[in-house]
Write a protein that binds this ligand. Structure first.
Ligand code: GP9
Ligand code: MN
Length: 622
């Protein structure tokens, strides 16, 4: 019967519509938005309409397979969103092999209510089987079926276009730069987003082979020449750590909000708090990572370039000729090593460590796995063993240590933890984080104690920073409660993207707090100056935070923070950084242009492997 034909397509269409709308609801869309509804209906129509061309069992199989595929996409995006506060881009799929290593994280992201997404896949086959016994199908002519399929497809495209044009009315450039993927999905739905993403991927693959124009190269060369010429020739702190070892600790998920805070009367990070009292402390330092997570933090700090706009630069651009911190220090006679007790292939580090010029990458394969905690070796054991490796290295050395225990979802095996009471947060993700970061702080304290006991501290500069945020957006209420913020709005949320940067100079007794705005991109120029190494002919996009009048942290999706303002570019709103009151965004046009250029330059350099050429240019044109 014709009714059965329509019924099947209608049934699957309705189910898909419901699921896609439910997804949008979960990521905070206004599901009453007509353009969004039209766009989602349009994508469903363009998909199920082909069922008209098939008959009987084949049609059912097709519709069922379409349902399964869309459900898989929805669930994958939902889990990704809960962790990264973003949706998957096709570039991130290149990292799929690493996803299995964060299995426990993935499981913790699943909610019981997610079963709603798969229920139909279990029920529908039975329903259709019973219906089939009652109603016998008669076929309409082939011509009619083709007409039905094509007209439904055209109608679907029309509805999608309406959704997209509506989005472009408010955000005309959003589909060029994709600066806010969630915003796109919130406005046009998941399937339209993925279709555009796939199209962009194919386009960018074509574009990547096209060389950057000579004019653009000249613009970049001019920019770096000016930047260098404007840099002071007599910088403060220059050489404060000259010829000393450089020990850099990148701490997993060390978020600024725990520094200096107590819970139940006990400090969460007593050792870091103590270190701050005799160090340079940058308290307005932002995470600028993107799709490459931890590896982006490594990239930012070691080459002073921004992460890739899609996916992870560590994976996409590992073949570039980077002029990194390690290479520069090696020119000064340093031995450079990086230590991280994880699989060497994770984030493509085994390849990237070579590209960055490290002499050695001490990875999971080199450590004895005597204390396994969470994602791998416990931080305490990691520090203990890393110190033994460091002692074998010829001084001076640059060692980059990357910790692991305080990795999301923070529900590590606690048998190695000392007790730390988190009160009302016990057994919540937030409470687990506090326990984990307290443990990492304890491990750090032991490590610093050992450095002092062995006399290494006096011969070293020690830098500690957090790689990125710890608390995902869907748990922001915990953070709000903990910090006493009534409404964790965009202003407060952006401020929580701070991570601490602490630099302890050899023999330093007195702490200095620097409020200048900055981020990972500024680490390399700042530390090179401290180490007494001239970095002025290196094409770095960051600035020396100890010798700059003004600071700015540009986040990968285009938002930025200056010493005075917070500008959420894609949302079209700016705030006074101190008070949180609205600031007219049009007064920040110059800054907006600068921030956009920073990201543009970084992308051009990375995508066209221009570092070597720019360096040679700067060296020749002193
Ligand atoms: C694994 C660790 C985790 O090696 O760096 O990376 P993340 O998931 O935080 O990006
Ligand atoms: Mn990390």
């Amino acid at each position: 019967m014709k009714k059965l034909i329509d019924f099947e397509i209608l049934l699957f269409g309705a189910v898909l519509l419901f699921k896609l709308l439910m997804f949008n609801r979960l990521i905070g869309s206004d599901t009453g938005n007509i353009a969004l509804l039209a766009s989602i209906m349009g994508t469903v129509l363009t998909l199920v309409c082909w069922g008209n061309l098939l008959k009987g069992r084949l049609r059912r199989v097709f519709l069922y397979a379409a349902d399964c595929t869309v459900t898989f996409i929805i669930i994958a995006d939902l889990l990704f969103y809960r962790y990264f506060s973003s949706v998957i881009s096709i570039y991130t799929l290149a990292q799929a092999s690493d996803i299995s290593s964060v299995k426990s994280s993935i499981i913790s992201l699943i909610h019981i209510s997610d079963v709603l997404f798969i229920m139909d896949l279990l029920i529908i086959p039975f329903t259709l089987h019973s219906a089939n016994k009652v109603i016998k199908e008669t076929s309409s002519s082939c011509g009619k079926r083709i007409v039905r399929a094509v007209s439904a497809f055209i109608a679907g495209i029309g509805l999608c276009s309406y959704g997209v044009s509506n989005l472009l009315k408010t955000q005309p450039r959003i589909l060029d730069s994709f600066y806010d993927r969630v915003y796109i999905v919130q406005n046009i739905g998941l399937l339209s987003f993925h279709s555009i993403d796939a199209f962009r991927f194919m386009e960018s693959n074509r574009n990547e082979t096209q060389p950057v124009s000579e004019d653009k190269k000249e613009e970049l060369k001019g920019y770096f020449r000016n930047k260098r010429d404007e840099t002071t020739t007599d910088p403060e702190f220059f050489g404060a750590g000259k010829d000393k070892n450089l020990i850099v600790i990148q701490v997993e998920a060390l978020q600024g909000c725990v520094i200096g805070r107590k819970i139940n009367g006990r400090e969460i990070t007593p050792n870091l708090n103590k270190l701050i009292k005799s160090s340079l402390y940058f308290d307005n330092y932002y995470t600028q990572t993107a799709g490459g997570g931890t590896s982006d933090a490594e990239l930012l700090s070691n080459v002073s370039l921004y992460p890739a706009k899609e996916g992870a630069a560590y994976i996409r651009f590992s073949g570039n000729d980077y002029y990194s911190l390690a290479k520069r220090m090696k020119e000064k006679g340093y031995y450079a090593s990086t230590m991280h007790a994880c699989r060497p292939g994770f984030w493509n580090r085994s390849v990237m460590c070579k590209s960055l010029g490290f002499d050695e990458f001490i990875s999971k394969n080199n450590y004895s796995h005597d204390e396994i905690c969470g994602m791998g070796l416990s931080d305490k054991s990691f520090f203990r063993q890393s110190l033994e490796y460091m002692e074998k290295h010829k001084e001076p050395y640059y060692s980059l240590l990357i910790t692991l225990t305080s990795h999301h979802p923070f529900n590590n095996d606690k048998k190695y933890y000392s007790s730390f009471e988190v009160g009302e947060y016990k057994d919540t993700l937030f409470g687990n984080y506090l326990e984990a970061i307290h443990y990492t702080d304890e491990a750090l304290g032991e490590f610093i104690g050992e450095l002092e006991r062995r006399g290494i501290a006096d011969r070293s500069v020690l830098a500690v920073y957090g790689d990125h945020f710890a608390i995902p957006k869907d748990k922001k209420d915990y953070l709000a409660e903990f910090l006493g913020i009534e409404d964790m709005n965009d202003y407060y949320w952006t401020k929580q993207q701070r991570v601490p940067l602490i630099i302890h100079l050899p023999g330093q007794k007195r702490g200095v707090i620097k409020h200048i705005a900055g981020g990972g991109i500024d680490f390399m120029p700042t530390i090179l100056n401290i180490m007494g190494v001239d970095g002025r002919n290196m094409p770095m996009l960051g600035r020396d935070l100890l010798n700059s009048r003004e600071g700015m942290a540009v986040l990968r999706h285009g938002h930025f923070i200056t010493d005075k303002y917070i500008c959420l570019t894609s949302l079209g709103v700016a705030y006074d950084a101190e008070s949180g009151s609205i600031y007219p965004i049009e007064k920040l046009n110059k800054e907006r242009e600068f921030a956009a250029k920073q990201l543009e330059y970084s992308d051009i350099i990375t995508e066209n492997n221009l570092i070597k050429e720019l360096t040679e240019h700067l060296q020749l044109n002193r």
